[in-house]
Design a protein around this ligand. Structure first.
Ligand code: XMP
Length: 315
């Protein structure tokens, strides 16, 4: 894809043919799905409605940010609060792949209900090339089931429409800039959300810990970027690890959890290089995480692994 304006024109024409009646758009507020939603709106106007699912697995402040973004872009959208059903679907699940499939299934059941409500038979998704390649597309091994690919049950009656399927992240960003999506260079956030940043079984408490740790990493990295200390990493986040570790608070033993901090450089998400953040920034993150999650998280580690052999997210 060399010419984003030409891509947009062709995608809009194609979408008009692919959406004869009504469609809902799976919209997370990320760059991919926001670009897909704007393309669908250009193609069929009010016959497309964006659905934003609050899974309870979003980052701090994400619901307000996404709603603000959609309002600013003039998108027709509806927010569906679904925290309880996602937590219920994930109860006791610690396998990364099972988590991803359960999340995909839950998303689809919300979308089916919403489609029913407005009489839609098409589901527009912002799936991009790495999503289906890593989900085992084109005869490859499944690295991880992206929620919007392998997580979609075969039995859904919604016909999928995926205008960005052949694009890589850097290309989607160019399309998003063409569509005037605010913040087109914002870091990616995976659709399964904090569920894949909490290793092992999820509880509301553990999701909250991951949310606090992710907020601290984002705030401190953003501060260092604004101060000119570092370049903005391609992606930066925290993962709540499985297993417990011994710490001490005051005179007391705490058998708490550990968090790993990860920052990477990448172009297209297919490969990535670990970015070693400055020691001072890491020390600030570590102090804040263990203070703001005092008695809960007692250790902060740094992930220095490239992709491959690791992947970007831990699960
Ligand atoms: P991995 O972890 O596969 O991640 O190296 C590559 C990029 O994709 C994001 N990611 C996802 N995005 N649904 C998404 O929309 C998913 O299921 C998913 N899994 C990973 C990840 O954050 C990184 O930017």
């Amino acid at each position: 894809m060399n010419d984003p304006a030409a891509f947009v024109r062709e995608a809009v024409d194609k979408l008009r043919a692919e959406i004869p009646e009504r469609a809902i758009v799976a919209a997370s507020g990320g760059i991919d799905s926001t670009a897909a939603a704007l393309l669908a709106e250009r193609a069929v106007g009010e016959r497309a409605e964006a659905v934003f699912v609050d899974t309870g697995l979003l980052r701090a402040g994400e619901v307000e940010r996404v709603e603000g973004l959609f309002r600013a872009s003039g998108l027709r959208f509806r927010t569906v609060p679904a925290e309880a059903r996602f937590l219920a679907a994930l109860k006791g699940v610690s396998s990364p792949e099972l988590k991803r499939r359960r999340i995909g299934r839950e998303f689809i059941s919300v979308f089916e209900e919403e489609a029913e409500r407005i009489g839609a038979d098409r589901l527009v998704q912002g799936t991009i090339a790495p999503d289906w390649i890593e989900s085992g597309g084109a005869g490859r091994d499944t690295i991880k089931t992206h929620h919007n690919v392998g997580g979609v049950p075969r039995t859904t009656r919604l016909r999928l429409v995926e205008p960005l399927r052949d694009l890589y992240k850097d290309e989607v960003r160019a399309v998003a800039r063409e569509l005037k999506v605010p913040d087109s260079d914002r870091q990616p956030f995976p659709g399964p959300g904090l569920a894949v940043r909490v290793q092992g079984a999820l509880t509301a408490e553990r999701v909250r810990r991951a949310r606090v740790a992710n907020r601290i990493v984002e705030e401190e990295v953003d501060r260092a970027v604004a101060a000119g200390t570092i370049r903005r990493p391609w992606q930066y986040f925290a993962v709540l690890l499985e297993g417990r570790t011994v710490g001490v608070t005051g005179d007391n033993r705490v058998f708490g959890e550990a968090v790993s901090v990860r920052a990477v450089e990448s172009v297209d998400a297919m490969t990535a290089t670990a970015m070693i953040l400055p020691a001072e920034l890491l020390a600030t993150i570590s102090r804040r995480v263990t203070r703001e999650l005092s008695g809960e998280v007692v250790r902060v580690l740094l992930d220095v692994t490239d992709k491959p052999p690791a992947t970007i997210e831990w699960e």
